[in-house]
Design a protein around this ligand. Structure first.
Ligand code: ADP
Ligand code: MG
Length: 321
């Protein structure tokens, strides 16, 4: 690379994230030294984004930076954890400074907005691939997991579903529509807003939680099977955004909301005895979540509409091809 690796790290990544007092040693040594608060457990997650697999080859660089952290923030949100420190393993075909500047801006803005420090990483040459490792913490024993739900618990999801899958289809020119609808849905794919604050608030209310990355039906099914129960979703309760419903019509929008990926919303189960307190302390209109179904003893995941069980066999990828 024309730019030395040292100069690249100094210029784009040393001060990219938040400054935190619990970073004893950050970028520049062989490893970072971090102070986990007393009484807390360390929470660790990592996710890789591969060009052409997890984002289109020509995606805007700031979106790639944003999403590489957002997908990990969403995993920590689903654990009820507070994110704190990130590491970035970046593989680049060349040191394109315009690209690096935008990438670091997208990553850095999201990191600072969640008070996440970038404390280290690795930089290599090769086909574009971004791995972020995110560390955070949670009071010992208080983490949310996928496996705590029981039959009879009520299931909720934050935000609206299906928007990011439509946004990706628009980005790939498999779907079109009016300009303002297109740009709103594209944003939902390019710059998802992980529900970190909601995840932390759900400690003490939710019995189980998962983030929606593969599609609402699939991820609700994963939560249920990890909890050794089944799940029944109500077709008409699945939350849709106005732009998605306007573009696709209600039937296709609901199908995409159930099966499309990349939403990074939280899907969580709440025991009946916690519901009144949940609704009072986290008003749904402020925290933007919707009741969509319930856990049941019978295994599997099904969608019920108009009293009949509906089948969904498509994955989000197949919708517009
Ligand atoms: P080493 O050879 O010891 O792995 P490197 O030259 O890979 O050292 O990294 C030097 C320092 O820069 C380390 O502290 C490392 O964590 C940090 N670093 C490397 N690449 C990145 C990156 N893309 N973002 C943030 N920090 C990085
Ligand atoms: Mg290294």
């Amino acid at each position: 690379m024309a730019l030395s690796e040292f100069a690249l790290i100094e210029r784009y990544f040393r001060s990219c994230g938040a400054q935190r007092t619990d970073v004893a040693l950050g970028v520049g040594d062989d490893a970072a030294l971090l102070r986990v608060p007393a009484g807390c457990e360390l929470v660790a997650a990592t996710d890789t984004l591969v060009a052409g697999v997890h984002f289109p080859q020509d995606s805007p660089a700031d979106s790639i930076g944003h999403r590489s952290l957002a997908v990990n923030l969403s995993d920590l949100a689903a654990m009820g954890a507070r994110p704190a420190w990130a590491l970035l393993a970046l593989t680049l075909p060349q040191a394109d400074e315009a690209w690096l500047g935008e990438f670091a801006t997208g990553l850095g803005e999201l990191a600072r907005s969640h008070e996440v420090a970038l404390v280290g990483g690795d930089t290599t040459r090769g086909p574009l691939c971004v791995t972020v490792q995110l560390l955070g913490f949670v009071p010992a024993g208080a983490a949310l997991t996928r496996s705590g739900a029981r039959a009879g618990d009520v299931l909720f999801v934050s935000g609206t579903c299906g928007d990011a899958a439509a946004g990706l289809a628009i980005e790939q020119r498999r779907l079109t529509g009016p300009p303002e609808v297109r740009s709103w849905l594209r944003e939902r794919f390019l710059r998802p807003a992980p529900r970190v604050a909601l995840g932390e608030q759900l400690r003490g209310f939710a019995s189980a939680c998962i983030d929606v990355s593969d599609g609402l039906l699939a991820d609700a099914g994963k939560l249920a099977s990890a909890s050794h129960v089944g799940v029944e979703l109500s077709y008409s309760e699945v939350p849709l955004s106005e732009p998605l419903a306007a573009l696709l019509g209600e039937r296709r929008a609901r199908e995409l909301a159930l099966t499309g990926g990349d939403d990074y919303e939280l899907c969580f189960a709440v025991p009946p005895h916690n519901i009144a307190r949940l609704l009072a302390q986290l008003p749904p209109q402020d925290w933007r979540y919707t009741r969509i179904g319930a856990l049941r003893a019978a295994p599997g995941a099904s969608v019920v509409g108009d009293g009949t069980v509906m089948e969904f066999s498509h994955s989000g990828y197949e919708h517009f091809s």
